[in-house]
Design a protein around this ligand. Structure first.
Ligand code: DP6
Length: 400
């Protein structure tokens, strides 16, 4: 068609989120409907993000996907669910006013390239940011608006919470079609400016059991998980929302730790049992409790997902001291100057009293590095064409 560009390209970024009330267990595996609601904090994209470019052209022969520069399987059922849903919504929109960047034929094939600004090998959850980014980018490409967390959810449950910034709840919903199983913002990222997040990346040798397989075995075998979903989480959701609204770190921190511990208890209650925490994780838990006991209040709160890395919430005034405590407890190897990544911290001198009460048996090298970040906004659209991951030929650019 005269005047129509051969290639239409959109690039967006999306964040990682960390749950403080955990999602664990599905009632519908196809639609990814959970057995309980959950609540998370969206992390800042300056430190952790996925960037995705989607391009469409009448010249493309097939849908194609590249992950971190490598060609990947576009036939993955969850990816297909998201693509199908987005095309269905786009078709539905077609009846209305023009919304897409340019008029596009929905029969055209799409090329998608996605990269993370953090190493996948670090064991940090990337599927949430990945699917949130895919759905947001396709929405921009096709001009689809409205409730999209429901689509992201079908890529990975936790991805629906990455569609919004700040503090986000995923309502489990009741309907069999999942239309009410959506994410909602509880408070924006500006709500609690002092809140900080430290990711303690543990030196782990083996890859743990994936969440998808793990949680299904838990649903099938753990009576504790059933009790948790029915009798514990509903009350905790209400409490957590209140603690966040009141910026009550004591309440927020304690409930965060309790919920992480209960999630890992359900893993142990699964048969055969699943272990995500390792010896270093347990040492971090003990360290946090000694640190809080020394101060006589909750100053740091840990949470762990399906792996040994700790995510520690704290307030800005505690960061310097706690980073120093972690350094003394897990003395870095040769990378001492690169031990802290992300936001900066100042050197703190620790009192003898604190050292003797909190730093007990240092384990050199057990933590690879700390990433310091804070709550952040939801997915963003990038306008600068130089940031596209796909070139004019629709293939990954060499730098991407
Ligand atoms: C422990 O969202 O990765 O991180 O829906 O099967 O893709 P699927 O699982 P996923 O599970 C996340 C589990 C968790 C807790 C949480 O993020 O709420």
């Amino acid at each position: 068609m005269a005047g129509e560009k051969p290639l239409t390209v959109v690039t967006c970024t999306a964040p990682v989120n960390i749950a403080v009330i955990k999602y664990w267990g599905k009632r519908d595996e196809e639609l990814i409907l959970p057995i309980n609601s959950s609540l998370s904090v969206t992390l800042h994209q300056d430190q952790l993000k996925t960037t995705t470019t989607a391009a469409i052209s009448r010249d493309f022969k097939e849908d194609r996907l590249w992950l971190n520069g490598e060609a990947a399987d576009v036939g993955h059922p969850r990816l297909q669910s998201c693509l199908r849903e987005m095309r269905r919504l786009a078709r539905k929109r077609r009846g209305g006013s023009a919304g897409a960047v340019v008029p596009l034929s929905l029969a055209y094939k799409v090329h998608v390239a996605s990269v993370n600004n953090f190493p996948t090998a670090a064991g940090l959850a990337s599927s949430a940011a990945g699917y949130a980014c895919l759905v947001h980018t396709l929405a921009r490409l096709y001009g689809v608006e409205g409730e999209l967390s429901e689509v992201a959810r079908q890529g990975s449950g936790s991805a629906c919470r990455s569609m919004l910034g700040g503090f986000v709840q995923w309502l489990m919903g009741e309907r069999p079609d999942g239309k009410d199983s959506i994410a909602q913002q509880v408070a924006p990222e500006t709500h609690w400016p002092e809140l900080r997040v430290l990711i303690l990346v543990v030196s782990a040798e083996k890859k743990p059991v994936g969440s998808t397989a793990g949680m299904q075995t838990s649903v099938d075998t753990s009576p504790l998980l059933k009790h948790r979903a029915e009798a514990v989480v509903p009350e905790r959701m209400a409490q957590m929302i209140q603690f966040i609204q009141q910026r009550d770190f004591e309440g927020f921190g304690q409930l965060t730790m309790k919920d992480s511990n209960q999630f890992h208890a359900t893993c142990l209650d699964t048969f055969p049992p699943i272990f995500y925490l390792n010896d270093v994780s347990w040492r971090i838990i003990a360290l946090a409790h000694r640190f809080n006991a020394h101060h006589g209040k909750t100053k740091v709160a840990y949470t762990f997902d399906a792996g040994p890395n700790a995510v520690v919430f704290t307030l800005a005034d505690t960061v310097d001291e706690f980073v120093e405590v972690v350094k003394c407890s897990f003395p870095p190897g040769s990378n001492g100057d690169q031990f802290l990544k992300g936001l900066p911290a100042r050197r703190a001198s620790l009192s003898e009293e604190l050292l003797s009460a909190v730093v007990l048996e240092p384990v050199p090298g057990a933590i690879r590095y700390i990433l310091l970040t804070k709550p952040g906004p939801g997915p963003q659209s990038l306008d600068d064409p130089s940031l596209h991951l796909l070139g004019a030929d629709g293939l990954p650019r060499p730098s991407a």
